[in-house]
Design a protein around this ligand. Structure first.
Ligand code: C2E
Ligand code: MG
Ligand code: MG
Ligand code: MG
Length: 281
């Protein structure tokens, strides 16, 4: 194998690595500028109860509209924000912006339920994180129950004893906590039982499999059923993300899943569009 890779090839590889590194650095500079000049915004994706068909809330998702390059997807800029540490100030901004948005909607008499915001591991491990959440809720003067924090399975399962202490403090404030992308990381079931959380979010990758044919669909269905059963045994609500088809919805309803979110019900949308969506639903 190595025999086929002459010096020329190595050089090429080097050059492309350098290019990638330069691109990332570039993106990092532009992301700093984006923060300063208000290119970042939040879109809101509705969540529904399967049983009542009523809206139960929304998930806030970051959007970056670059003046020349147009929309840059979170899949591309979140990793850069994580690597550079920029996700901490961006995440704090998002938290405060969600709280302010809740306040505006409450004042407008909109029945929007709860709003969740994604939290990076880098934010969560900071000593002042609970204080940051508390200040966001206070500054916007919203009931803390309006706010939900989404933490991935990987975040809550790393340094788990520490995570338990921090999650308890967050819940004492009155905010809800969900475990995002559940099923894609490694959960210790013993710890899951001790985690003070409110919601399990079944990852989109399992939901997508639900309307395949034959064995893959059966396996996906078993997984969705097992996660839902587990969640309910632990007293948690179970939400499925990325629901795109009526078949997926039907399967999820059959296994007793509580809530759904996905393109079938609504894409992430700007605040004014979400407001119209809520008023019309
Ligand atoms: P996530 O938290 O798991 O968010 C769900 C993602 O699935 C979102 O992608 C959403 O737009 C997408 N989605 C929802 N329903 C469907 C569907 O029916 N079909 C398909 N194909 N996709 C669907 P998005 O907005 O691109 O965000 C990707 C990830 O970026 C998020 O995954 C989250 O991990 C991260 N992210 C987004 N906003 C923030 C933020 O404010 N802070 C942090 N730390 N991470 C964020
Ligand atoms: Mg999420
Ligand atoms: Mg998710
Ligand atoms: Mg996900």
């Amino acid at each position: 194998q190595a025999k086929n890779e002459g010096p020329g090839r190595l050089k090429l590889f080097d050059a492309s690595m350098q290019q990638t590194a330069r691109e990332r650095l570039d993106l990092e500079h532009q992301l700093r500028e984006a923060m300063r000049s208000g290119q970042l915004s939040l879109h809101y994706q509705p969540k529904y109860s399967i049983a009542t068909r009523q809206l139960v809330g929304a998930e806030a998702l970051l959007r970056w509209k670059h003046p020349q390059r147009g929309m840059i997807s979170p899949g591309r800029f979140i990793p850069v924000a994580e690597d550079s540490g920029l996700i901490v100030p961006i995440g704090t901004w998002a938290l405060n912006e969600v709280a302010r948005q809740c306040k505006r909607w409450s004042d407008a008499g909109l029945e929007y339920g709860r709003v969740s915001v994604n939290v990076s591991g880098l934010q969560f491990v900071r000593h002042d994180f609970v204080g940051t959440v508390k200040r966001a809720v206070r500054a916007a003067s919203i009931p803390p129950e309006r706010l939900e924090l989404e933490l991935t399975e990987t975040i809550v399962m790393g340094e788990v004893e520490q995570a338990i202490v921090r999650l308890s403090a967050l819940r004492s404030l009155g905010v809800r906590v969900s475990v995002d992308d559940f099923g894609t990381g490694y959960s210790s079931l013993a710890y899951l039982q001790k985690l003070p959380v409110d919601v399990l979010k079944i990852d989109r990758s399992f939901v997508q499999e639900l309307d395949r044919e034959g064995l893959p669909a059966e396996q996906a269905r078993s997984l969705a059923q097992a996660i839902t059963f587990l969640g309910h045994q632990l007293g948690l609500d179970v939400l499925a993300e990325g629901v795109e088809t009526p078949t997926q919805l039907e399967q999820l309803a059959n296994v007793g899943c509580d809530e759904v979110q996905g393109y079938l019900f609504g894409k992430p949308m700007p605040p004014d569009a979400f407001e119209r969506h809520v008023r019309e639903s």
